[in-house]
Design a protein around this ligand. Sequence first.
Ligand code: SF4
Ligand code: SF4
Length: 449
Amino acid sequence: MRNIPRVCPLVSRRGARTIVVMPATPMLRPPSPPARSPFHLLTKPIGSRCNLDCSYCFYLEKEKLYTDAGGMRMKPEVLETYVRDYIAAQPCDTVSFAWQGGEPTLLGVDFFRNVVALQAKHARGKSIENAFQTNGVLLDDEWGGFLAENRFLVGISIDGPAHLHDAYRVDKGGKPTFARVLAGVQVLKKHGVEFNTLTTVHRKNSGSAKQVYEFLRSTGSGYMQFIPIVERDAANADSGLWLAPPPDHEDAAALDAQVTPWSVRPAEFGDFLCRIFDEWVKRDVGRVFVQQFDAALANWVGQPAGICVFSENCGRALAVEHNGDVYSCDHYVYPRYRLGNLMNTSLAALVDSPAQQAFGLAKSATLPRYCRECPVKFACHGECPKHRFLRTPQGEPGLNYLCAGYKRLFKHIAPAMETMAALLDAHRAPADIMRIPRAEWLPSRRARG
Ligand code: SF4
Ligand code: SF4
């Protein structure tokens, strides 16, 4: 890696010559004060721009919100204000940046060399971590070397073996991408980059849980995220957006929007996670981490779930677009959820704003009675409000589309969770469950629904 001069964080390579670009000294406003509590910002430094054209992507349509000629690339003054404020606003000693897209590799390695230099410049003695979500297609040795040297944690988006991955994850020409993604994974392995996997669960792979799990294990993924694809067609596409926005319970038409043909069916999502759990609990507890199961165990023992969807309230996981616009959540990048812009308002003021607090508290405040009385509410919390567009059997709006799946999952894993919770109580590792015959797992005390 080239050394980056302290006085000049921007270095770019054009043709055969390395050109040191002196940035115009931006007039940055004073740094943000600390926010009331830690928060997380998903960074979209290239907006929704992507080199792929995955059928189910909910973010590609955001190009309709930003039609700037700058090509949706975070400008140097926005980047520096963001990096400086994000560090200053975190009331903790470790600050974790999360870079996402669109596809962040389209920005090139030099953009992220600059990021690292800016982080060092504004660190204020805090430890800095970086997570980087990518489709993997553009990863090469230059990326591998950079990501390893700067200890980025890389998330690879991959939906299973080729025939399942390529069902929806195609490039702009409609061509499959699996082989290129796997080549990217090989680059990460070659350079010793720490990586995990993000797998969407959709109509085409939801029936192949065991195959997906075996495949992800074979890639060396030690941490798996499974994200349900749930999108609805826009009832009217006046805004130019083709997917329906999050539900508005006052608007019956919005509740009636149909899910897209690639959305996972609720029961199949539940079955998918149950089958993954059965494989995991046999041999991988403590070796492979599955986000949903980590969160479930945390809820079972009364600890914070660690992810917003299974927490009582949300609102501390926001998104920042390439131009500095800050939104309540990356699933809520719509004009009505825009909190402001970090170029003229401090991050602390945005994340602690009354609007954002109301957004976070609405998660529990709008839970229908059916959920409030549900035996697995302590583990589910009604999941993400974006998915709450069904009516309960009593006709109340606000039931989660995935409810049937979650009921199935939490009931299925309850004996194992009770047993792992008891192991923790006895100061033993949850992984000891793999040595206890199933017949001896504890009966479920909480998830009786
Ligand atoms: S399982 Fe269904 S009823 Fe229970 S809390 Fe979750 S969404 Fe609500
Ligand atoms: S709206 Fe959903 S994804 Fe967004 S912060 Fe809340 S629970 Fe999380």
